[in-house]
Design a protein around this ligand. Sequence first.
Ligand SMILES: Cc1cc2nc3c(=O)[nH]c(=O)nc-3n(C[C@H](O)[C@H](O)[C@H](O)COP(=O)(O)OP(=O)(O)OC[C@H]3O[C@@H](n4cnc5c(N)ncnc54)[C@H](O)[C@@H]3O)c2cc1C
Length: 394
Amino acid sequence: MDSEAVDILIAGGGPVGAALALALEGSGHRVLLAEARSADSNGTRNADSAGARSLAAGDARAIALSYASRLILERLGAWSGLAVTPIEAIHISQQGGFGRTLIRAADYDLPALGYVANYDDLQRSLYAAPCSARRLSGARMTGFDGSTATVQTQEGPRIYAPRLTVFADGASVAEEHAAPAYNKDYRQSALVAWVKTEQAHCGRAWERFTPGGPLALLPHGAGYALVWTTGLDRGAQLRALDTPAFLAELHASFGDRLGAFIEAGARSAFALALRYRREETRPHSLAVGNAAQTLHPVAGQGFNLGLRDAWELARLARDTREPGSGRFIDGYRRARALDRRAGIGFTDSLVGLFSNSDPLLKLGRGAGLLALDLLPFARRFIARRMIYGARALP
Ligand SMILES: Cc1cc2nc3c(=O)[nH]c(=O)nc-3n(C[C@H](O)[C@H](O)[C@H](O)COP(=O)(O)OP(=O)(O)OC[C@H]3O[C@@H](n4cnc5c(N)ncnc54)[C@H](O)[C@@H]3O)c2cc1C
């Protein structure tokens, strides 16, 4: 393809970049999606965006998709073939303290609060949807000078001068070539694994805040996707345990509500950080998804927020022939500012509030959870924020 033929170049075909390529269908722009991994990649990977780098081979990550994400994926044609487990309720509690709350989909007239899918299945489903954009695999963007992009393909380097380059690469290229990022290392890791308990999940997710960090169990197939946040040393210890010892530790941290933990799949871990790009307008490029903001997984917001980035960008791009203009990029930034800030702020405050064993904070948390349980409007506010983000979509 010669460089003149591309209007929008998307660097990075992870779930957000792939969704953007689909969302741009019918926009009238010639779109090229360049993904670094090769087509025969089996979907496992060693790293996602910076701030969430895999510490072990393989990726057992499951993604909790919000109900709003389902609506978007349906419109993109990437929903019907996707294997998901519905989340009908979320139980939130803290270890060693009072207060708990239950958020139920039925209270909001929704079939589910969200759905749990494998990261790799989500990716495959997005690639299986019909798309007229050119999708190159084994194509890594290696340079961007503010308007011209170099992409290393299997046939050698290619130079493109698109109107707009969208960084959807997690962080690698964007870090070097886009506006500088804010970076806060949480000094925590998220251990992920599929686990099974004595009792069936019945569609209920559990979020348990422990002094070492939050522990989430998301209904996934016949068991749960575990996301267990701990300090780095504790995370390494947990990964090194044999399966019976690991299951016993998990039981001790989670408690007895689901009976014993009886099975665990492969464990992998991600180091966690908050990273986000400062809001600056530069013509010809912008970032979406984890390249724009990488969040702690505590609230399951990262992909959901990134998908809304992609959806909004494509919506605005339909109305312009100049998607690289400063005016367009400014409009996009303004359109996404509230949702983005709310997602970053909400997630970061949850980490600060709940990864802490201060007795006063524990009391406050208990009171907060109790209040949430007693006050339907407060619960509705939190539930809506998790389902739709700060802007109702689509
Ligand atoms: C443990 C854990 C649990 C999570 N749980 C949830 C959850 O429940 N719900 C939720 O919404 N989010 C969750 N997230 C966050 C979610 O995984 C990310 O927000 C999401 O993967 C971001 O997608 P992305 O496409 O922006 O980036 P990525 O998934 O990082 O994909 C980036 C892509 O770009 C490619 N790439 C990299 N460099 C280049 C280059 N130079 N050129 C071309 N291609 C390149 C990579 O190969 C990759 O395919 C979780 C994250 C973690 C770590």
